[in-house]
Design a protein around this ligand. Structure first.
Ligand code: CDP
Ligand code: CDP
Length: 202
């Protein structure tokens, strides 16, 4: 089995940016697990039962319009608190993590539930205000009409719900290394993550 890297942390902390860069650097596959929950959330907003949606999730659901926006994000965080929804998504994530060439997965419960044996676990954080400013830039560039206050509220509400749920709450695994990106740019954050992986001898 190849190298598995587990990345967790709150909304817009830099998980995906760091995860994609690590995958490219070490030649691993990359899975944004948040997209699975966003796709289930989208189908719930379209009127479907979220458990049935999770059990029948299709590849094309991951390409639905607007999945990156705050509406899908809020819906994702709500369906993510339903144990049957989480259970329906476990096998796909574990199979991806076990792929031959190795993999990077990012989400909320990768180091604690999906891949507790991963040799490298990183918990990425940053102050909520900084995260909101960064996410606002991405959303506006993607054509979403949102304000900083709305983005900050979305992030705070999701963080509280994600950390407070009883099934697979967002938290750092005991052996995770914390990486705070509040005061560092992408290049520095990625360099720190690469160094962590190399130090782990992976
Ligand atoms: O995947 P996650 O929601 O945790 O965050 P992301 O989409 O990777 O990062 C949110 C935004 O923060 C992106 O625009 C990143 O480019 C930016 N970012 C940054 O400015 N500095 C960092 N050290 C990490 C991310
Ligand atoms: O990009 P951002 O960090 O804002 O969110 P995301 O990673 O796309 O995740 C959207 C929502 O899905 C989160 O707020 C969580 O409620 C949920 N999620 C989860 O519960 N477990 C995961 N492994 C990934 C996402």
């Amino acid at each position: 089995m190849g190298l598995t890297i587990a990345i967790d942390g709150p909304a817009a902390s830099g998980k995906g940016t760091i995860g994609r860069a690590l995958a490219a650097h070490f030649g691993l596959g990359y899975l944004d697990t948040g997209l699975l929950y966003r796709a289930v959330g989208r189908r719930m907003l379209d009127g479907e039962d979220p458990i049935e949606a999770a059990q029948s999730l299709r590849a094309e659901d991951l390409e639905a319009d607007g999945l990156r926006g705050p509406e899908a994000a809020q819906a994702a965080s709500k369906v993510a608190a339903i144990p049957e929804v989480r259970a329906a998504l476990v096998d796909f994530q574990r199979a991806f993590a076990a792929r031959e060439g190795g993999a990077v997965l990012d989400g909320r419960d990768i180091g604690t539930v999906i891949c507790p044996e991963a040799p490298v676990k990183i918990f990425v954080t940053a102050d909520a205000e900084v995260r909101a400013e960064r996410r606002l830039r991405d959303l506006v560039a993607g054509g979403h009409a949102v304000t900083l206050d709305e983005v900050l509220e979305d992030i705070r509400a999701r963080d509280a719900r994600d950390a407070g749920r009883s099934d697979a709450p967002m938290r750092a695994a005991e052996d995770a290394v914390r990486l705070d990106t509040t005061r560092i740019g992408i290049d520095e954050a990625v360099a720190a993550a690469v160094a962590l992986v190399e130090r782990a001898g992976a």
